[in-house]
Design a protein. Sequence first.
Length: 367
Amino acid sequence: MPSFVLLLELALIAVVFAGLPLAYLWTRPGYSFFQRLNWVLVFMTFDLIVFGAFTRLTDSGLGCPDWPGCYGNSNPLHALGDIKQAEHLLPDGPVTVMKAWIEMIHRYLAMTVGALILVQVWAASTKLKSLGKGPLLGSLGLLLLVCIQGAFGAWTVTLKLQPIIVSLHLILALLLLAALTTYAQQFWVEKNSSVRVLRLRPVPGLLWLSAFAILFCQIFLGAWVSTNYAVLACPDFPTCLGSAWPETNWREGFTLWRQLGLNAQGEFISPVALQTIHWAHRLFACLVLLVLSVLAWRILRQSNPATEGLKRFAKLLFSLLGLQIVTGISNVIFQWPLVAALLHTAGSAALVFCMVRIGYWTSWKRL
């Protein structure tokens, strides 16, 4: 169990990190503090997702092999002796001074998001009389989601990077980004106000929902590729090991509950299973490209000048699909370079953000 002193030190670090954006928000004119805080949380969560990918791609996930601290300390400086001893025993192992700092900075950023959501809950509670229970209930839901995400972060470490846990950790982070974006773009109207919010809803609800669900399936497949280190299982493109349809083993490749690098029987996972994982991500990408392109195309066909904001997001959607194609192919051809892999994850998060923004114009009364 972590000591009280360790938890107190980590809480103080979270307060310091959260204090920086809060000080900035407090001094900025324009929108209300509550509105600005909501969008800052979206920005911070996007950054957290990208830095989490950097943590994973640099093999820093076990840079501090305990949780929530680092060898029982709040920062790697206080644990240098233990870290250097582990690094001396395994120079190419998961624990080094650099990896420890990367892992702890990721945790600090996560604590910052959690602290800012607590501030959001407080800000929403001050608006009960004017805006009703909606903002507070939504903020409490976000707090619950970030707590669940924190639990998966802990299990990522304690279960030694088990692929399904790491994959769900990313999915939950993107769900948090989607929920925060949905919350931030709400137009909260005071209870006694005569203002009525009217907006066009030209986006077919079922098409949007189908596209959003397909996108999340593809993101899970991408996370499954990354967490199983299957990116280079097919080192060529568009074929896989020179074959238009490689040998596959779907049962072994998609047995979800197992240790990293092992199959369900505890043996080393076969190259064929890794090929299957990689190939599934490639095949599903074709469906994602088709469905999201149809959605963007239907939006761009709108002739109403009032939908110009929506059309900008449709164009962004096309651009992000292009980015994902380029970075996805680059990961294979150039042997998984760090920049391309980071951009691929950032592109996935940006697609989720873009889809939620498009969802603001969604109608559920038409196909």
